[in-house]
Write a new protein. Structure first.
Length: 117
């Protein structure tokens, strides 16, 4: 029952957005004030015209910069028509404050990412 409540609370703070091919989800040096969860399509992540890393559905974009309180370190550009869930920074922090399991899961994900696993 608790897991269902967690999912419902997370869904309640999400908005959905669509992006045309060539449209930016965000640009390098913009404020990192939301998290993007790619549902469909493909996004190219690149810094100052450098080589792009292409990401597909279920990738999370912008989370590290938002959590670090920095600006976006790269641009995210849709290479195909794409849909994403958007989670506002303050809504995300409020949910984390209310749900230790979510906070613990996020810390584990960040530790794995930092360790390269």
């Amino acid at each position: 029952m608790r897991a269902s409540c967690n999912r419902l609370a997370a869904c309640a703070i999400c908005a959905e957005a669509s992006y045309a091919a060539g449209e930016a989800l965000y640009r390098e040096n913009e404020a990192a004030d939301r998290i993007f969860v790619l549902l469909e399509g493909e996004v190219a992540m690149a810094r100052q015209g450098g080589p792009a890393l292409k990401l597909g559905p279920y990738n999370v974009l912008g989370a590290l910069a938002m959590l670090a309180g920095t600006s976006q370190s790269e641009s995210a550009l849709a290479t195909l028509p794409s849909r994403a869930l958007l989670i506002d920074q303050q809504d995300f922090y409020d949910l984390m404050a209310d749900d230790f399991n979510l906070t613990q899961g996020l810390l584990r994900m960040l530790a794995r990412k930092a360790a390269g696993t």
